[in-house]
Design a protein around this ligand. Structure first.
Ligand code: FUL
Length: 470
C-alpha cells in the first residue's frame, strides 16, 4: 500500500473531537434582539428596552431538545447586532438595560443551568462580527471580544463547543475588523480545554452550506488547507434575508478521496457538522409559524448527516415570549419518537455474527455487537475483500443497517457492500463508500436470515466497532 494512504489511515481525532462526535444531534438556539424586531440581522442600534421575553423558560427549551433526541444546545449569547444576553461588564448593550427580570436577568446563566439540570451539554455562539461596538474595526475590539469570551468561558460551567461564525461585515462605524482568531482559540483552550472550536476553528468543519446537505462521502481526514477561515467567510450567508447558502459547491464535493489526499501534504482530522434551521430563518418570525420543516425533511437531513459521518446542528428559534413555539415543539417530539421507534430493537444483538477473515480472536466479529466502543472487528491485513456475516435465528425483516468504525484509530473504509442470502445465493442490495463514525444505510424492507457486509476498499485494515440491524 502506498505511503500516503497509510499516512491518511493513521490520522486520528483528539479526545475533544471524539467526545464531540458522540454528541450526534444537538440544537442551535438563535434568540436575542432580532426576535423582537422580526429581523435576521440587527443593525446594532436597537434599544435594549425592546428585549422582554415575559415567559422565558429555558427548561422548556431543554425539554424540547431532549424530546427530539438531542444531546446538547448551542446558544447565541451575542449575534451580529452586538446585544449581549448576559450582563457583560464590558458594555451597556446587554440584558441589564432591558426590562426583562427588571434588568437582573442573565439568559446565558439560565440556559446553561437548564442544560445541566436536564443532563444535556451546553455550548456557546459568540459572533465576532459586532455592529454595535464602537471599537469595532480596531485592535481594541479584539481585546473587547476576548474579554467577553473570557466571561463566557469562566462563568457558566462546562462548555462543549464554542461556535465561531464566519460572517464578517462592517460595524456601525463602517469599519471592518481583522479578527485575532489565534488569540480567541488560545483562550478557549486555556479555560475550556475540552470544548471543540467549530467552523472558524480547528476542531469541527462546516459542511459548506446551511441547507442541511451533506456529501455522499464525508471524510473526517482532509488536507490541512481545508482549515480556511477566509473561505468560510466567503461562503457564509451574505444577505440579510434569511436565505441560506443552498448547496455544496461542486468543486468541494470531494475533500478526502485518494485523488485529493495524494499530493495534499499535511492531513488533519477535521470532521463535518451540518447546520440548518427548522424554519426558513435562524431567528423567530411569526410569519414562519407554518413553515416548520416536515418530519420527512428532518428525517432525511438526520440520515444524511448523523447517518453520513457528520453531526447535525438543528436550529430552533424561541419566540418573543421566550418559548419554543408549539409547531416546532410538536415536530421535534415527532422526530424524537420516530427515531426511537426506528432504532428500538437491534436485530443483530441476538444473532450469530462471524467472520473467517480475522488474524486473532481479539478482533473477532462478535465485537460489533458487544456494545463496547473500544472493541472492534478487524480483518487480517492480507484479506482483499473481508466479510462479516450475521445469521438470525429465523428470517427477519429490516430496512436499515447502521455501521460504525472505531474512529479512535482513524477513518479507513472507502467502499463496502451489503448482501442478503436468498435461495442459497447472495444478493447484493446496497453499496456504500465511507463509514466513519456512523453510516446509516436505508433501503426497502428485506426479509432474510443471512446478511453480509463486505469491505471492498479500505485504507489499511478496517476496524468496525458496531453493526446494527433495524
Ligand atoms: C451565519 C449568520 O449570519 C446567521 O445569522 C446565522 O447565525 C448562521 C448560523 O450563521 O453566518
Amino acid at each position: 500500500m502506498s505511503d500516503y494512504i497509510k499516512r491518511a489511515a493513521l490520522v486520528r481525532p483528539t479526545e475533544r473531537q471524539l467526545a464531540w462526535q458522540g454528541m450526534e444531534f444537538y440544537a442551535f438556539i438563535h434568540f436575542g434582539i432580532n426576535t423582537f424586531t422580526d429581523k435576521e440581522w440587527g443593525l446594532g442600534n436597537e434599544d435594549p428596552a425592546i428585549f422582554n421575553p415575559i415567559a422565558f423558560n429555558a427548561d422548556q427549551w431543554v425539554d424540547t431538545c431532549k424530546a427530539a433526541g438531542m444531546r446538547g444546545l448551542i446558544f447565541t449569547c451575542k449575534h451580529h447586532d452586538g446585544f449581549c444576553l448576559w450582563p457583560s461588564k464590558y458594555t451597556d448593550h446587554t440584558v441589564k438595560n432591558s426590562p426583562w427580570r427588571d434588568g437582573h436577568g442573565d439568559a446565558v446563566l439560565e440556559v446553561s443551568e437548564a442544560c445541566r439540570r436536564g443532563g444535556i451539554k451546553f455550548g456557546i455562539y459568540l459572533s465576532p462580527w459586532d455592529r454595535h461596538e464602537r471599537n469595532y474595526g480596531s485592535g481594541k475590539y479584539n481585546e473587547y471580544f476576548k474579554n467577553q469570551l473570557k466571561e463566557l468561558l469562566n462563568n457558566y460551567g462546562d462548555i462543549f463547543c464554542v461556535w465561531f461564525d464566519g460572517a464578517c461585515g462592517e460595524g456601525l462605524n463602517g469599519k471592518r475588523q481583522v479578527y485575532d482568531w489565534e488569540g480567541y482559540c488560545r483562550l478557549v483552550r486555556e479555560f475550556q480545554p475540552s470544548a471543540v472550536i467549530s467552523v472558524c476553528g480547528p476542531d469541527v468543519r462546516w459542511c459548506g452550506n446551511e441547507a442541511g446537505y451533506c456529501r455522499e462521502s464525508e471524510w473526517s481526514v482532509v488536507p490541512a488547507c481545508s482549515l480556511g477561515i477566509e473561505e468560510v467567510q466567503e461562503k457564509s450567508q451574505k444577505v440579510d434575508n434569511g436565505e441560506f447558502s443552498k448547496r455544496i459547491n461542486l468543486e468541494d464535493s470531494d475533500l478526502g478521496s485518494r485523488e485529493v489526499i495524494r499530493d495534499a501534504g499535511e492531513l488533519i482530522w477535521y470532521p463535518a457538522e451540518v447546520n440548518t434551521s427548522i424554519r426558513p430563518g435562524w431567528f423567530y418570525h411569526s410569519s414562519e409559524d407554518d413553515s416548520v420543516k416536515s418530519l420527512e425533511e428532518l428525517v432525511k437531513i438526520y440520515y444524511g448527516s448523523v447517518g453520513g459521518n457528520a453531526n447535525f446542528l438543528l436550529n430552533i428559534p424561541p419566540d418573543k415570549n421566550g418559548l419554543i413555539h408549539g409547531n416546532d415543539a410538536r415536530r421535534l417530539k415527532e422526530l424524537g419518537d420516530y427515531l426511537k421507534e426506528e432504532f428500538r430493537q437491534n436485530l443483530a444483538k441476538n444473532a450469530r455474527v462471524f467472520s473467517k477473515d480475522i488474524a486473532e480472536e481479539t478482533y473477532s466479529a462478535e465485537k460489533v455487537i458487544d456494545g463496547n466502543k473500544n472493541t472492534f472487528w478487524c480483518p487480517d491485513e492480507g484479506v482483499q475483500y473481508p466479510e462479516l456475516t450475521i445469521a438470525f435465528d429465523k428470517p427477519a425483516v429490516f430496512n436499515k443497517v447502521v455501521l460504525m468504525e472505531h474512529i479512535q484509530s482513524g477513518q479507513r473504509v472507502e467502499s463496502f457492500a451489503l448482501s442478503y442470502k436468498e435461495n442459497g445465493e447472495w444478493k447484493e442490495f446496497y453499496q456504500g463508500t465511507v463509514i466513519g463514525y456512523k453510516k446509516i444505510c436505508c433501503f426497502e424492507k428485506i426479509l432474510a436470515r443471512y446478511l453480509k457486509l463486505v469491505i471492498n476498499q479500505s485504507r489499511w485494515r478496517p476496524e468496525i466497532t458496531s453493526v446494527g440491524v433495524f
